[in-house]
Write a protein that binds this ligand. Structure first.
Ligand SMILES: [Zn+2]
Length: 298
């Protein structure tokens, strides 16, 4: 028996497990945020060593979270996927062990009953399907796949500026065609402990996932933030936000709502340790790895 290489959290009765697909290599801040120079990144010393390095480059991650609530097994976001034709070289025709890792973490694909995509970007829908005899087949054959109705309408409208490669054609439409998809509202409740929260801006139908059980709270961000740097620099424009102004409003609103509260924040692209707490640090916030002290003060 090896050491458990998967990050796991317990929130009341709910278990959450992180299974990673890609990450580890430092990248220039400008890949995500045009204004994130090495100098700006170095100014926030608390980002080191987990989220940035001494050279002012960032660490990130592409991973799924599996939520166990009652007898349900919900996978949140499905990464890049194998064999997909993509313009980002590291993602193109990827051949990774994600499904084997998912099984090793305790979740063979057949055991997943719900797939939830926080939005329909390339790195959140990839493992919805896999290549079987030259066709895209549902990876999770026993699951209902939940897509936001607003999000679906956006990406199928003539106005949508495309994603990367044929994301809808290879990773979303095959699920609709197989009859496994459900279009849901942005405040949909999945179980009595797990529900969606609307956090539009990054994309028009973007949602986060709130977990509440026995008085404990966690929230999976989706891409309302991509990196803990945005706690300190909430107004940084992001290369992938559809509506920059709405994304800023949503991010600031989210950070104020979580600030100094015992709400475990699980970042969808945050490098390990991935989970933490938002604390006020004038003039903005900071991402802490320990929860706020429960000292009875307001
Ligand atoms: Zn993403």
């Amino acid at each position: 028996m090896g050491e458990d290489r998967f990050l796991r959290w317990q929130v009341g009765n709910v278990k959450i497990t992180r299974v990673a697909e890609l990450g580890g290599a430092p990248f220039p801040g400008a890949f995500m945020f045009p204004q994130a120079t090495p100098e700006l990144i170095c100014r926030h010393a608390w980002l080191r060593p987990h989220f940035a390095n001494e050279d002012g480059r960032l660490f990130g991650s592409i991973h799924s979270f599996v939520i166990e609530s009652g007898d349900r097994r919900i996978i949140v976001d499905t990464c890049v996927g194998n064999d997909k034709l993509r313009s980002i070289e590291a993602w193109n025709r990827l051949q990774g062990p994600f499904l084997a890792d998912l099984a090793e973490a305790g979740f063979p694909a057949q055991s997943i009953d719900t797939v939830l995509c926080t939005h329909l970007h390339v790195d959140h829908v990839g493992w919805n399907t896999r290549l079987v005899k030259g066709k895209w087949a549902p990876t999770f054959p026993n699951a209902r796949y939940l897509f936001g109705r607003r999000e679906w309408e956006h990406w199928t409208s003539a106005a949508a500026r495309h994603n990367d490669g044929d994301v809808m054609g290879d990773s979303v439409r095959p699920i609709i065609d197989a009859g496994l998809a459900e279009l849901v509202e942005m405040n949909h409740a999945l179980t009595s402990e797990v529900r969606l929260e609307p956090t539009p801006g990054h994309t028009p139908g973007h949602v986060s996932v709130r977990i509440s059980s026995r008085g404990e709270e966690a929230i999976i961000t989706g891409d309302l933030m991509h990196h803990p740097l945005q706690c300190a620099e909430p107004d940084l424009a992001n290369n992938f936000d559809v509506d920059t102004a709405a994304a800023r409003r949503t991010r600031r609103d989210f950070l104020s709502r979580c600030s100094n509260k015992p709400i475990l924040v699980l970042g969808t692209h945050f490098a390990p340790p991935t989970g933490g707490w938002v604390m006020a640090a004038e003039p903005a916030w900071r991402f802490e790895l320990a929860p706020p002290a429960d000292d009875g003060k307001p």
